[in-house]
Ligand binder design. Structure first.
Ligand code: SF4
Length: 334
């Protein structure tokens, strides 16, 4: 029996699909990654093969999106000296593990993943058929991504729990079939990440264009804040407001906790105008984004630095992946 489980350092893995530049809401997720990298040996990757599962016909921006998403991570403060940053498609072992897992995974496991049918429906309403072999198998690719690094944990939101569950089930099945103990069962790592609403108070979404990019210029930030949805019942400055329905107020809750209670009171008493309230938010957001912009400019002006970071991250990921694949091939007698 191949028994390899505990010699690996406490690891953690997470990734993002490179589908475009990141917005303010994502900065909270990256901040969580930064915190987790202090505690774990962390592997963070651009999930470019995953992006292709739903956008196989529009790959022309993929390379640029991968570059931009890494710049966004680094601009927010992710430190490449404290974690491994890599591109999924640069570590071909992910594809090998995926194909091997696909041989032993019952079809019903994939068909019952709750997001499968929901996503098919959502894309079909937008006129796109994603009922492909690759899309059905993406949770398995995800399981391969996770298990490749034999991590003890995966940072997840509750909507991703079925994917972690599938990976855990797969671990048990693999060990049972091949009489081995290679993979720890990864535990979900829940972190409290407050969800930033869109600038119109709806869920932040690309299709609503209701977000502020981390790479937004000062003028772009100001224009977005100017267009933010406030209390529609408030016509004059002296009208008593309802901050709880106002997106500007919600943003003050994220970026201006100190002044939020006084803004609330002044709004309710009709003592502050929405223009003034927005102006303060513009100042705060631009203050928050100033160091992010500076770091971005530094990285944009030195493409070699970015290449080196990815090169090192890819090498570390490959080394870990090759160790795992040696064990897997041995267990499967390949
Ligand atoms: S004063 Fe501020 S919190 Fe009140 S409705 Fe206007 S923008 Fe929103």
């Amino acid at each position: 029996m191949t028994e390899v489980k505990t010699e690996v350092k406490k690891r953690l893995l997470s990734g993002m699909r490179p589908t475009g530049r990141l917005h303010l809401g994502h900065s909270r997720v990256v901040q969580n990654w930064i915190d987790l990298a202090d505690e774990y040996e962390a592997f963070y990757f651009t999930a470019d093969w995953h992006a292709i599962t739903t956008a196989w016909d529009t790959t022309e921006m993929l390379r640029e999106n991968k570059r931009q998403i890494v710049i966004d991570w680094l601009s927010v403060g992710l430190d490449p000296k404290k974690c491994h940053i890599f591109h999924q498609s640069d570590v071909k072992e992910h594809a090998e593990l995926h194909v091997l897992f696909s041989m032993l995974t019952p079809l019903s496991w994939l068909e019952r993943v709750p997001t499968y049918k929901g996503q098919l429906q959502a894309f079909s309403e937008k006129g796109k058929d994603i009922a492909t072999y690759g899309f059905l198998g993406y949770p398995l690719l995800m399981a391969a991504d996770i298990l490749m690094y034999r991590p003890v944990g995966v940072p997840v939101g509750t909507d991703q729990m079925p994917h972690v569950e599938l990976a855990r089930e797969l671990v048990r099945r693999f060990h049972h079939i091949y009489d081995c103990e290679i993979f720890p069962e990864p535990a979900p790592v829940f972190s409290k990440i407050d969800i930033l609403p869109g600038t119109d108070n709806r869920k932040m979404s690309k299709s609503y264009d209701n977000f502020i990019l981390l790479s937004a210029s000062e003028d772009e930030v100001n224009a977005k804040v100017k267009g933010m949805v406030t209390d529609p019942a408030r016509i004059r400055k002296t009208d008593p407001g309802h901050p709880e329905v106002c997106s500007v107020y919600a943003y003050h809750g994220f970026f201006n906790k100190e002044e939020q209670p006084s803004i609330c009171a002044a709004c309710k008493a009709g003592e502050i105008g929405c223009g003034q309230c927005k102006k303060r938010l513009m100042e705060l957001l631009n203050e928050e984004l100033a160091p992010v912009r500076a770091r971005r400019a530094e990285l944009e002006n030195d493409p070699g630095m970015l290449d080196d970071i990815i090169h090192e991250g890819n090498a570390a990921a490959r080394e870990a992946a090759q160790e795992t694949m040696t064990l897997v091939r041995e267990a499967m007698k390949i």
